[in-house]
Design a protein around this ligand. Sequence first.
Ligand code: NAD
Ligand code: TYD
Length: 355
Amino acid sequence: MILVTGGAGFIGANFIIDWLAASDEPVLNLDALTYAGNLESLATLAGDKRHVFVQGDIGDRALLDRLLAEHQPRAIVHFAAESHVDRSIHGPGAFIHTNVQGTFTLLEAVRGYWSALEGERRSGFRFHHVSTDEVYGSLGPGDAAFTETHAFEPNSPYSASKAASDHLVRAWHHTYGLPVLTTNCSNNYGPFHFPEKLIPLMIVNGLAGKPLPVYGDGQQVRDWLYVKDHTSAIRTVLAGGRVGETYNVGGWNEKPNIEIVHSVCALLDEMKPDAAGPYARLITHVTDRPGHDRRYAVDARKLERELGWRPAETFDSGIRNTVRWYLDHADWVAHVQSGAYRDWVSTNYVQRSAT
Ligand code: NAD
Ligand code: TYD
């Protein structure tokens, strides 16, 4: 079996669903169920014995030791993290706790477990660390896309904490020989995406007739990847990646935020027309994010060259699936927009004046 951390979050839940659709190898899912963790995202696996859920913190060493001894995983896929840049600006402490301290504790527990393995169980073991392109910092308009050898220049508390975790993973391989793999992926979108991030926020706000808050001039560029393509990339690297290597994962799909927001509005106009007028009327430019990275772009050629992976979804098909999914899952959306979600909306948006 494999141990997945953070499997009740956006990408982790998609990963587990896709994993169990492709194989019968069981998954032990360790997740603290923070505001971002949601077992409803795994509702289709209810009663499926191949999925075992444990609520717990990756910083809990005793729990980790017990789970590793009991379940004897052949691999770890480590998603658990605090993942939202705006939250990291308002409260960086949780990012250090989980992304740095938590990853350290997990690495130590896994090192203890792996060191006692023998033969093929030891040589075949893998620790797959799921990271982000944001560790590389920000690009200028004409700069080449990030390769795996680009310097780490993280700019937000989130990206700095992820960069720290990447360094720890690297060092645990270099120093202790732990068989690690790291993937650095660009912005994901798709089903089960928490509506604090750009694309789902625009969909749920649009449907509610609320303003669509675009930070600054909206010309910041991200490289968007459909989440199912990310989960397939992780499966590919876990199966065939070279130990100790990092692989960039991206969609070859750079777009400025304002264009993304217009795409979402156009799909909503088509799929759920609003009598009050086009959804784009709700676009509101608001105060920019402090230290806002201007451009991310990922060069994913190493993964294609070595392991033959390329994204299957185009942006047009992926964003269409995504908007359709949100329209078809109003209950999921309503349940995640709990009291805690409303507190966040007030923290992040109420003080942002329209510009
Ligand atoms: P998410 O915020 O949706 O989910 C994170 C999950 O981790 C939640 O289920 C949460 O409950 C759990 N968690 C948080 N702290 C924990 C702790 N201390 N112990 C155990 N579980 C804990 O995040 P996501 O978007 O699914 O991202 C998953 C991973 O992928 C993260 O490591 C993130 O840095 C990375 N990543 C995300 C993106 C993206 O676009 N979302 C892009 C590249 C990389
Ligand atoms: P986000 O989804 O938070 O991902 P990240 O910051 O990790 O790239 O944001 C994507 C882009 O959208 C980023 O440039 C910030 C911008 N953005 C807005 O303009 N308005 C919003 O309300 C949010 C949440 C993000």
